[in-house]
Design a protein around this ligand. Structure first.
Ligand code: SF4
Length: 302
């Protein structure tokens, strides 16, 4: 593995490539990555570099976002089958049907959506800024997609806004139920429960903190508690255990793994660099419309 890591490092220099690793990736991918973090942060960082090639160790919609923000760079997804089940729950036809059922209501799409879907929404959001984005619209009703749980969590935090959600969710976070939290709280009564807002409402209601991946990691690092129950993908726990060896991190339940996120290997990254595949392209006109949706979010969340 060390030999492969070195080969990737020298090849990425030679090809003027940057490697992006989403927080859910395994440690060996971090070793070769130039940036590690949430999907939007990664695309923004890559856009600021003078790299010719961006390799995204993540899932398809993330590589699309990187391409939208860096249209002149070559964006590669090492595993073409690495998709996001949540993003794939809504396509353009389904979005149009959803909007037609609720006319004249602004549509907010979660960053976990395809470029096609973003291109026909009013504004985008991340799990970090969703509250601020929905609030900024000043509307009584807002359409939210694809994640019904994030949408309903936002609604619960804002007064006077009805959030009409599309029926989508992340299958990984959907597996966590209230009983899991109640059970683990009995086992670890001192532990703080940190939860991603892609979880069910019954789960977020029982949590001490609800926030994005970055928010969860920041909270765990800065809080004085010694034990934390983590209700999100396993990669976050692995990362926290590496970063804070003096604290205890307990998974809310076993095997909370996003298989798509974990399917990218070092071999795939090496192959992507050598063969320059799989290239992700987004139609220019569509990309410009999707960029507007992202830019509106960035303007509000400044
Ligand atoms: S964890 Fe859920 S939202 Fe994230 S990439 Fe996997 S399926 Fe999509």
């Amino acid at each position: 593995m060390a030999e492969l890591t070195e080969k990737i490092k020298s090849l990425k220099k030679e090809k003027k490539a940057v490697i992006l690793a989403h927080c859910y990736q395994n440690a060996e991918i971090d070793e070769v990555a130039d940036f590690v973090g949430d999907s939007l942060y990664l695309s923004q960082m890559a856009a600021k570099t003078d790299a010719d090639i961006i390799i995204f160790a993540g899932v398809y919609f993330m590589a699309q976002t990187a391409k939208i923000l860096s249209p002149d760079k070559k964006v590669l997804l090492p595993r073409m089958e690495a998709g996001c089940a949540m993003a794939d729950m809504i396509n353009l036809a389904q979005l149009r049907e959803f909007k037609a059922k609720h006319p004249d209501i602004p549509a907010v799409c979660y960053i976990n959506s395809t470029a096609e879907v973003k291109s026909e929404c009013d504004i985008c959001c991340t799990s970090s800024n969703a509250l601020k984005i929905v609030e900024s619209l000043g509307a009584e009703k807002v359409l939210f997609l694809p994640d019904k749980y994030l949408g309903k969590w936002v609604e619960s935090k804002l007064s006077g806004v009805e959030v009409i959600t599309y029926d989508g969710c992340c299958p990984v976070h959907h597996r966590i139920v209230a009983e899991d939290i109640l059970h683990i709280k009995k086992l670890y009564p001192e532990a703080k429960v940190l939860t991603h807002p892609e979880c069910r409402r019954e789960v977020t209601e029982l949590s001490d903190y609800v926030g994005s991946t970055t928010g969860i990691m920041k909270f765990a690092k800065e809080n004085s508690a010694r034990q934390f129950v983590i209700a999100t993908e396993k990669g976050v726990i692995d990362r926290l255990r590496r970063d804070c060896p003096d604290k205890t991190f307990i998974p809310v339940k076993e095997n909370l793994v996003c298989e798509s996120m974990k399917c990218t290997t070092l071999e795939d990254i090496y192959k992507a660099l050598v063969e320059e595949k799989y290239e992700i392209n987004v139609d220019r006109a569509l990309s410009e419309k999707a960029l507007l949706c992202i830019d509106r979010m960035l303007e509000v969340s400044k």
